[in-house]
Design a protein around this ligand. Structure first.
Ligand code: ADP
Ligand code: ZN
Ligand code: ZN
Length: 755
């Protein structure tokens, strides 16, 4: 392909031609642009630049790729290339003058590409909002403004009232820009009257970036001692890297600590990044920040459309945003004035991306804080075992908040032994009577079951057949109101049969319980009570979650039933009783993190009880009341529970005492993943030894999902560097492996689950 470098000034006299051709070739062979293109390949691609000025790293360029044109990001330049001259193609268009990904962030993303063993092109694309991946212009939307310069030379026609009004408004702003919208309120024909003033030179047009400005309405409370100590400890580290674990029981005022740290960072003229697991589930949190922070506050989450997302992203990236509050991917946004990162609910699994570029937003944020030299505050009532281990190892400084703010007592936890108990639709009599007691005292009660739908299985009593999904190794959940069976793994749906699908018997039974069934049962038991069910099914409609949360917060709904959506940092002032129906599931989970997650979930749900004046009570139904882990959790609390569970992890050489990666493979036929992973294991035999172990190939805990068969290999090492080197070797090997093309495969470094 011919170069498209500019030759407009080409002087075609024979004497000049030699020199100019030579000079042109020199500049062209001098620099090739190395660009990252979103493909499954681990390499970058060389292109000829469009002009000899070169393009800065981190800028987007449009390049031909195969038969398509794609948006690529420049990651480097080189003076030589392996691509033969006749194959080398040229950049079609340079899309940015200023890099969309600044150098420090670009380097971090390149590091992440190596750490997570994910192709650089895809990593960089993940960091950009969708519209920038599609060649949109990278700019903040602008507002038309005008400003006063001096008194007009030509006297204003005083009878032209509109013109006089306009001039008066601009003069009153004494040189500050006034936006067109407020000028338009003077008169509909305001532009016509403005023109003579512009011509005169008395005023000028000056367009400004359109920025949301937030004004705080609430004043901060006086901090409790532990809160003040925390804020002070963080303040000592501004301008340098220091990780903190803010380990505070539910309701201890962690958010208040974030807010006061934010004030200090904004006073330093720096930006704050706040990562939260799921903003859409906690609209209260966003409102709280809006009430307290003055400045430019933007959010980044999945609820935004592409245009909104691009705007907020640009406002953050240009350094205009003072506070950026967002989910996972906000960790990847450029922030030139970054002064503090807060990761709220740092233990939450949704901070980990579960497909494509499988990064952990908390871990990426840590690297980022190090690179941009700022403190990072990880907050949780139930810290991840990784973070607790980092505290023990002296890598993080721990800040404790041990009492609830606002005078509330810690809730009392108790186990309810439900063996040999008669249950009413899965709920024991002691729990029912406790609910009755709390409700008649005028309080609210919350019942937690981490399963939506009516019942997880429909079973035939005659032939034993159950409602299995045709595409997964899983049961389909009964959704009684819609008379449907739904697979919660692949989304498949079919009508709920009235007869057994195998033997046509009428003797069908619902096995197990979900939120729909529990709330129906409780409504039957407490017919006069207003109930709210909060799960993904009841909150799908826009505004539905807000409405349900409002009912819960205001006390209008007295009895709440829900899934883990209810566990997420909500503040329901009137809730004094929490009942947990199915904690046992986490005790015997297949995953090495099941227990950790169970402990976190139980305490997070429990944390919804008694957040104001009245003491909260938490009743946990169990068939394993003697389980030592459950007992430790309930009697001694999270720290003791984590200690005990960490000892088990250490013995088993599991994270955080070792590092693991999971190689997953899936295909529509059952053999391809096995064949592929057998080759992987062969290759890994070079690496196996006392400091690197492998497990598998084995079928995934759910082998068939969405019509695909899945298998996996676990790689485990005490040494991060060894695991990393092994994975690097492995990706190179897989790249050239024909079997890899017959299956969909991925590498998950530091997986949060082995599902
Ligand atoms: P967490 O984030 O740890 O769950 P919050 O910051 O939401 O805790 O605080 C719990 C409750 O206590 C909130 O209603 C909050 O307004 C209140 N609170 C927090 N800190 C203080 C304080 N220093 N003085 C009075 N009330 C406080
Ligand atoms: Zn049957
Ligand atoms: Zn399914």
């Amino acid at each position: 392909m011919r170069s498209t470098a500019p030759i407009s000034s080409y002087d075609a006299t024979p004497a000049n031609r030699f020199w100019q051709t030579w000079a042109l070739e020199l500049t062209l062979t001098d620099t090739f642009l190395q660009v990252a293109i979103p493909t499954p390949l681990y390499q970058c691609f060389d292109y000829r630049p469009r002009c000899k000025e070169g393009v800065a790293n981190g800028c987007r360029v449009l390049v031909p790729f195969g038969r398509r044109q794609v948006v690529a990001v420049v990651v480097g330049t080189a003076s030589t290339t392996d691509v033969p001259a006749n194959k080398l193609r040229s950049v079609l268009k340079v899309l940015d003058e200023v890099p969309v990904l600044p150098p420090d962030l670009l380097e971090l993303l390149q590091w992440a590409s190596r750490y997570y063993h994910h192709p650089i092109g895809d990593v960089l694309a993940s960091a950009l909002p969708v519209l920038l991946r599609r060649a949109a212009v990278a700019e903040v939307p602008r507002v038309e403004c005008y400003r006063w310069l001096r008194a007009p030379l030509k006297p204003v026609n005083t009878r032209a009232r509109v013109q006089a009004d306009l001039l008066q408004r601009l003069a009153a702003a004494s040189g500050d820009p006034v936006d067109a919208q407020s000028l338009s309120s003077v008169s509909r024909g305001w532009r016509k009257s403005l023109q003579p003033l512009l011509d005169d030179g008395a005023i000028e047009r000056q367009d400004l970036d359109a920025l949301p400005k937030n004004v705080a309405t609430d004043t901060p409370p006086v901090l409790l001692d532990e809160q003040a100590i925390a804020v002070l400890a963080v303040a000592k580290t501004y301008g340098s890297f220091q990780p903190f674990l803010l380990n505070g029981v539910t309701g201890s005022g962690k958010t208040e600590v974030y807010l006061q740290c934010i004030d200090a960072v904004l006073a330093r003229g720096e930006q704050v990044l706040i990562l939260v697991p799921e903003i859409s589930l906690t609209p209260q949190l966003m409102q709280r920040f809006q009430r307290r922070v003055s400045g430019c506050l933007v959010s980044l989450h999945s609820g935004l459309n592409n245009t909104e997302r691009l705007q907020n992203w640009m406002i953050a990236a240009k350094g205009h945003a003072d506070v950026v509050i967002g989910t996972r991917s906000a960790a990847l946004v450029p922030l030139p004035r970054l002064g503090l990162i807060v990761v709220d609910e740092e233990h939450d699994g949704s901070l980990k991306q579960q497909d494509g570029f499988r990064y952990h937003a908390r871990d990426f944020a840590l690297m980022r804080a190090r690179k941009q030299a700022c403190p990072i505050l990880l907050g949780s009532a139930t810290p991840s075992f990784e973070s607790l281990n980092n505290v023990s190892a002296g890598r993080y400084q721990e800040l404790m908040l041990s009492i609830r703010a606002g005078g509330a007592q810690a809730p009392k936890l108790a186990l309810l032994d439900i063996r040999r108990q008669k249950l009413f639709e899965g709920v024991s009599e002691p729990l029912l009577s406790a609910i009755g007691k709390h409700l008649s005292a005028g309080n609210q009660a919350l019942v937690f079951i981490n399963r939506r739908g009516f019942a997880p299985t429909l079973l035939c009593n005659d032939c034993g057949a159950s409602s299995t999904c045709q595409r997964c190794d899983a049961h389909m959940t009964v959704h009684a109101k819609r008379r449907q069976l739904r697979c919660h793994h692949c989304g498949a749906e079919r009508p709920q049969p009235s007869q057994c699908e195998t033997c046509q018997s009428d003797a069908l039974d619902f096995i197990g319980f979900g939120t729909e069934r529990i709330s129906a049962a409780l409504q039957e038991r407490f017919p006069d009570v207003t109930m709210a069910r909060i799960d993904r099914d009841t909150t799908r409609r826009k505004g539905a979650l807000e409405a349900q949360l409002h009912a819960a917060t205001s006390g209008e709904a007295q009895l709440l039933v829900g899934t883990q959506m209810l566990a997420k940092g909500h503040h329901f002032p009137g809730v004094t009783l929490v009942g947990i129906l199915d904690a046992d599931r986490g005790l015997f989970g297949t995953d090495f993190r099941s227990l950790e997650h169970m402990g976190q979930l139980v305490l997070q749900v429990a944390g919804r009880a008694g957040r104001e004046v009245k003491q909260g009570e938490v009743l946990i139904q169990t068939r394993n009341p003697d389980n030592p882990m459950l007992q430790t959790l309930v009697r001694e609390g999270y720290a003791a529970f984590a200690d005990a569970a960490l000892t088990e992890r250490k013995v088993a050489m599991l994270p955080p005492y070792a590092f693991v990666a999971l190689v997953r493979a899936e295909a529509t036929d059952a053999t391809a993943p096995r064949v592929f992973l057998d080759r992987v294991i062969q290759e890994l035999s070079n690496w196996q030894g006392p400091d690197l172990m492998t497990l598998g190939p084995a079928p995934a805990p759910m082998e068939r999902l969405g019509g695909r068969y899945r298998a996996q290999v676990l790689i485990q090492s005490e040494r991060r560097a060894r695991l990393n080197a092994c994975l690097k070797d492995l990706t190179g090997f897989i790249d050239s492996l024909p079997e890899a093309r017959r299956t969909r495969w991925s590498i998950d470094v530091d997986p949060v689950d082995l599902f």
